[in-house]
Write a protein that binds this ligand. Structure first.
Ligand SMILES: [Zn+2]
Length: 374
């Protein structure tokens, strides 16, 4: 019995299309009862389970959604240099047409022909495990599959691409990304990446003296400026081939910025630079100064106190702190006790309503899992 038949005949659910996006709670509840897998874990196998980290909402009727998501960060251009756009019916990262791309090495594994849910979004160019390009295919993996490129040998992706995709993968699987300056929250990584994609698609005539940064990046990856686009459209609705060039340009921009070939004026560009050198010397030999020993216990207390203070008004910090405190705790009683302790510290309980005990995302698709488990 395949997933479609199982859903329609056994579980009374006729639509398989929404299974990976936003399956109804009633269906997930039945699946959870039948399989013994917790509801939270099942939710993480769907895109709605990635709200609010990967995207703010699945509602496509919010007129300011794009502005909120992609116009608050800045990397290549100063913030005021981009014209704020409003688009009807927009959702971050969700393309109009499904993306059918997969890793040829992963798909050759007879034991587990994995198609990750993340590959269904225009988010990564390479396989985080094998470092090769994701390739377009037709058909249904496991039953019938044909690669669009007739040569099936895997193509190694460039260092710039694998570096960007490793960070995206770290965001999806751990909830944070290690950048040279500091560790950032996964939510900020996805918004910064989406910002960068929009900056690379900004008409040069509106960029003034900053147009050079955009031009430099496009020259660096060997494609025409804005991947040849003349009209502005949001990234999600661009032609799939154009989106691939945009993502490659984003990887190139990060690489050029990180290696300080360019030093763009956006406030988030600095996250990719290592700490600035502090202290100047006058050329005379430096006298040895006695180092005070660091009291790590006191440092930890200070960090936690600061995090609790921030968590009182910042839902993201509250969730991260809760995830840290709940590490290894799976039973509802322990989690409830922890919620009470957080409430006593003045952290609003509604900040923790989306907490998933299994970490940010489980990256399998629910439709694959269904065919494996039943
Ligand atoms: Zn792979």
């Amino acid at each position: 019995m395949d997933a479609r038949d199982l859903l329609a005949h056994d579980l009374g659910h006729g639509q398989v299309d929404d299974l990976d996006t936003a399956p109804p709670l009633s269906l997930l509840t039945v699946l959870s009862q039948r399989s013994g897998i917790e509801l939270d874990r099942l939710r993480c196998m769907t895109i709605v389970g990635w709200v609010p980290w990967l995207l703010d909402s699945l509602d496509d009727q919010i007129p300011t959604a794009l502005e909120t998501y992609a116009f608050q960060c800045s990397v290549l251009l100063p913030r005021h240099k981009r014209k704020i756009r409003t688009v009807a019916r927009w959702r971050a990262w969700l393309p109009r047409q499904p993306v059918d791309r997969a890793c040829p090495i992963c798909l050759n594994d007879p034991a587990d022909q994995a198609i990750l849910l993340a590959w269904k979004l225009p988010l990564m160019l390479s396989c985080p495990q094998h470092g090769c390009w994701l390739e377009s295919y037709w058909g249904v993996p496991g039953r019938f599959l044909r690669w669009e490129n007739t040569d099936p040998s895997p193509r190694a992706a460039s260092e710039a691409i694998t570096a960007m995709d490793r960070r995206t993968w770290q965001a999806m699987t751990t909830g944070y990304v290690e950048l040279p300056r500091r560790r950032i929250h996964a939510g900020l990584w996805f918004r910064m990446l989406r910002t960068l994609l929009d900056e690379l698609n900004t008409p040069l005539s509106t960029c003034g003296t900053y147009a050079g940064y955009i031009r430099h990046v496009w020259e660096g990856c060997g494609y025409p400026v804005r991947a040849g686009q003349s009209l502005w459209r949001p990234y999600e609705t661009l032609d799939p081939a154009v989106r691939l060039q945009m993502l490659e340009a984003a990887a190139t921009a990060i690489h050029l910025n990180e290696s300080r070939v360019i030093s763009p004026p956006g406030e988030h560009a600095k996250l990719f630079w290592s700490e600035p050198q502090t202290g100047f010397t006058n050329g005379l030999p430096v006298k040895e100064r006695k180092q005070e020993p660091i009291d790590y216990g006191q440092e930890v207390v200070k960090v936690i106190t600061e995090a609790v203070a921030e968590a009182r008004h910042n839902p993201e910090t509250a969730r991260s702190l809760f995830a840290l405190a709940a590490y290894g705790k799976r039973d509802p009683e322990s989690l409830e006790r922890l919620r009470d302790e957080f409430a006593k510290e003045g952290i609003p309980p509604e900040f923790l309503s989306h907490y998933e005990p299994d970490g940010p995302f489980t990256c399998r698709k629910i439709s694959d899992w269904l065919s494996d488990e039943f």
